[in-house]
Design a binder for this molecule. Structure first.
Ligand code: UD1
Ligand code: UDP
Length: 372
């Protein structure tokens, strides 16, 4: 029986690892599975744990207000040591590109455990964008023994880096597993407080723009530009903006001070996952710098403007559902206004494209580790 430790710490990792946890827990005869959360995020992590009913076996509870990369990295490595010594996992699974992923992978390597990397092989090959995530993901890739690549593009990146082909499996992205399961739940639930509040907020006569943003490289001038662009877009009468604001103080401060008084822009707290996917489904257009949202929106047939200059997720850009607009305020506002007014272009972009998976990625990860 193999011992598996699944480690994550932030909201998106939790969403994308929840189906993996569920799939491993189904195979009790083959795997002893435990979950460790670093709690790099606290409230936003807990929202996801509660929706997916995950009760962590280890909770490092590390989040500090306005934390920095140096202390967070050190705290994760130190915090993982007793967990690894107590449970002695054969395999540690980490996800993606956060500080939790790379620091937990390094700690796992020190302990002698094998490392499996979920959502492996995405690359921009620009160390500064996304910062520090591009390097985190590359480091985790060097440490990992097993690479679960969501698409053939990510597989090819790993092969070009001379990663052993037999250690890579193309699985699809587990975000689609989470999305499919959650959409089903949301469709069945008829009385959800967060969704009820959103229903009261949404004006059905207006085109709804849903916004999220948090990237470190956009802090400062980038967010000032984004807020200016949103003020411009929200001047249009038949448009309404709803923006669940990330809890990072570097985001909260500019966003609330610049957009807080605009009656056509509704700033709200981060939404529980189920309410957020309900909201995305009601959107006309999504404007974001988020990685996960770029993957989910095409499955819901929603055009996305991505406020980044480059993306490690080129598949949806190539499919035509995502446009990179950077943080130039004119470009953001012009592209948004064009899609609001030009319905022919909008309709072309809003075809359902899902290059990211079929909802069986977690099953493929389990199958791979059963055989390897
Ligand atoms: C982190 C990840 C980023 C990921 C993002 C998802 C790194 C380097 N960054 O960025 O890759 O895309 O999460 O959202 O790993 N905060 C709270 N409560 C929460 C969450 C955050 O108060 O539940 C505040 C805290 O003040 C915290 C700050 O946000 O110190 C920053 O959190 P941190 O995880 O360091 O950075 P993110 O920008 O969230
Ligand atoms: N999300 C959420 N509530 C919100 C905003 C986003 O649950 O208010 C979800 C979203 O559906 C996606 C994930 O959070 O699955 C994206 O997280 P984030 O943008 O913080 O990080 P990234 O994906 O950029 O790493």
């Amino acid at each position: 029986m193999k011992k598996i430790l699944i480690v994550f710490g932030t909201r998106p990792e939790a969403i994308k690892m929840a189906p993996v946890v569920k799939e491993f827990k189904k195979c009790e005869q083959d795997f002893e599975t435990k979950v460790c959360v670093t709690a790099q995020h606290r409230e936003m992590l807990d929202q996801v744990l509660s929706f997916f009913n995950i009760c962590p076996d280890f909770d490092l509870n590390l989040m500090k207000p306005n934390q920095n990369l140096y202390s967070l990295t050190g705290d994760i490595i130190n915090g993982m040591k007793p967990v690894l010594e107590e449970f002695k996992p054969d395999i540690v699974l980490v996800h993606g590109d956060t500080t939790t992923s790379s620091a937990a992978a390094l700690a796992a390597f020190y302990s002698g455990a094998k490392v499996g990397h979920v959502e492996a092989g995405l690359r921009t090959y620009n160390k500064l964008a996304p910062f520090p995530e591009e390097l985190n993901r590359q480091l985790t890739g060097r440490i990992a023994d097993y690479h679960f690549a969501p698409t053939s593009k990510s597989q090819n990146n790993l092969l070009q880096e001379k990663t052993d082909a037999s250690s890579i499996m193309v699985t699809g992205n587990t975000v689609i597993d989470a999305l499919i399961e959650s959409v089903e739940i949301v469709n069945k639930v008829h009385d959800n407080d967060d969704i009820n509040r959103l229903k009261e907020l949404i004006d059905p006569k207006k085109k709804l723009i849903v916004v999220t943003g948090h990237r470190r490289e956009n802090h400062g001038q980038g967010f000032l530009n984004i807020c200016d662009a949103l003020n411009t877009i929200a001047k249009t009468e038949h448009v309404q903006v709803i923006y669940p604001v990330h809890l990072n103080p570097n985001v909260q401060k500019p966003v609330y001070s610049i957009l807080g008084d605009n009656p056509n822009i509704h700033l709200i707290d981060p939404l529980p996952y189920e309410a957020f996917i309900w909201l995305m489904d009601k959107a006309y257009l999504i404007v974001t710098d988020s990685g996960g949202v770029q993957e989910e929106a095409p499955s819901l047939g929603k055009p996305v403007l991505v406020m980044r200059d480059t993306t490690e997720r080129p598949e949806a850009v190539e499919a035509g559902t995502v446009i990179l607009v950077g943080t130039d305020k004119n470009k953001i506002a012009d592209e948004a206004m064009n899609l609001i007014e030009n319905t022919e272009r909008y309709n072309k972009m809003s075809q359902l494209h899902n290059p990211y998976g079929d909802g069986k990625a977690s099953q493929r990860i389990v199958d791979f580790l059963l055989k390897n």
